[in-house]
Design a protein around this ligand. Structure first.
Ligand code: UDP
Ligand code: GLC
Length: 383
């Protein structure tokens, strides 16, 4: 089987990191086309994956999750050329693996009449908090024309079906190389704490791209009520102008008198397992439901106390009080209380982390996830 992966982004978001593992696993018989240049391209090349970039016109690139008809219309004349180029690439493949919403829309349209089957990996929750109603309708309609959908969580699968999705759905979580999250040498962990000014103070860290719906400000607000807590914000703004504005607002907030000198912005990093082990508490703060939440699974694998926002998949991943803590989305007071609770009972925090790590190894280890994915792909392509 010869698989063509399509993804709209050149940035390494969670959907792209997930694709990188599958494409690297199938690299002998697959290739990837991205719709934008960026660091993700090189990341794939470094893993031996055949990757190229096919860029849509700037107007097509302006269409976003919340776009309405007004954004679609001016882009239509440019669509035909892009689809023709994509159609050439699709011919000759045995299966097209559509990894993002735009990959789905263009891939399905370009593949019409080619006879090449496609599968859609749905990494998003098709709900109004994330997409315009128009886009939910368009995406669901296009997804129903594929042979099947891979949903990254039960929550994602449910939302797809509630939106009118009728294509068969296979729920497969993201997988992780658990060996990367095994305990690291104490010296390296201490050095990371030193580098980011932790010393003996407790550290609460939030990981992930900076975006308003990821809610990093909640951790800053919670920390302003906990005087000795240090905060690490790990990740960068990737996608929209608002992501960059929000990053600026976070930096501003960090200079407030209640927080000054206690917050470090670490930027985009590739040593997440080390930083997770160097932190005491890993916080997930999304204010809109999270489709899956790689950072929650990684926090659990790291054996750290994880506090996550109770919406979307994290509410299914964590058993509160046993494998982590949950708080109401957007409630900085409840988050502060959970952090204080963990700091007051370090033994309980450690026990919770240990259990979480054992469970996460069972549920999210990469090899079984890749095997499950390969089985689904073979099944769909031979239908
Ligand atoms: N990540 C990273 N470096 C950073 C910040 C985040 O490699 O500086 C990774 C993180 O470890 C996780 C992914 O980015 O694997 C984010 O995925 P998640 O599903 O949590 O969120 P998304 O951005 O896809 O919505
Ligand atoms: C998307 C989602 C995130 C998920 C990732 C990988 O980026 O926002 O929740 O973990 O895809 O499936």
């Amino acid at each position: 089987m010869n698989v063509l992966f399509l993804d709209q982004s050149g940035q390494p978001g969670g959907a792209e990191l997930c694709l990188a593992d599958t494409a690297a696993h199938l690299r002998a018989r697959s290739r990837v086309i991205l719709f934008a240049h960026g660091p993700f391209e090189q990341m794939l090349r470094d893993r031996g994956v055949d990757v190229s970039v096919l860029e849509p016109s700037p107007r097509l690139s302006k269409i976003r999750k919340k776009s309405g008809l007004i954004d679609y219309l001016p882009a239509l004349p440019e669509l035909a050329g892009f689809l023709a180029a994509l159609r050439k690439e699709i011919r000759g493949s045995d299966l097209v693996y559509l990894n993002t919403a735009k990959a789905l829309l263009y891939g399905v349209a370009a593949g019409l009449g080619s006879g090449v089957p496609s599968v859609f990996h749905l990494h998003d929750l098709l709900i109004p908090e994330h997409f315009s109603r128009l886009n939910i309708r368009i995406i669901t309609h296009a997804a129903n024309r594929t042979r099947g959908v891979i949903g990254n969580s039960q929550a994602t699968a449910r939302a797809f079906q509630e939106a009118g999705g009728t294509a068969p759905v296979h729920v497969i979580p993201n997988g992780f190389d658990a060996s990367r999250f095994a305990p690291l040498p104490g010296g390296a962990v201490l050095a990371a704490r030193e580098e980011f000014h932790a010393g003996s103070a407790p550290v609460a860290a939030v990981f992930g791209r900076i975006a308003r719906w990821k809610g990093q400000d909640l951790l800053l607000r919670a920390a302003s009520e906990i005087p000795n807590l240090r905060v690490w914000v790990v990740g960068e703004a990737f996608f929209t102008g608002d992501d960059h504005r929000y990053a600026g607002e976070l930096r501003e907030l960090a200079t407030s008198p209640a927080l000054a000198g206690r917050v470090d912005f670490l930027g985009q990093r590739d040593d997440i397992p080390l930083l997770m082990q160097a932190a005491d508490i890993i916080v997930h703060t999304s204010v809109a439901p999270e489709p899956f939440g790689r950072v929650v699974a990684e926090g659990m694998l790291s054996g750290r106390a994880v506090v996550a926002s109770r919406a979307g998949s994290p509410a299914e991943m964590i058993r509160p009080g046993e494998t982590g803590w949950l708080f109401a989305p957007g409630d900085a007071g409840e988050l502060a209380a959970a952090i204080q609770n963990i700091l007051a009972q370090p033994d309980r925090g450690r026990a919770t982390g240990l259990l979480a790590s054992a469970e996460a190894r069972k549920q999210y280890s990469l090899s079984p996830v890749l095997e499950q994915t390969s089985r689904v792909l073979s099944g769909l392509s031979s239908l």
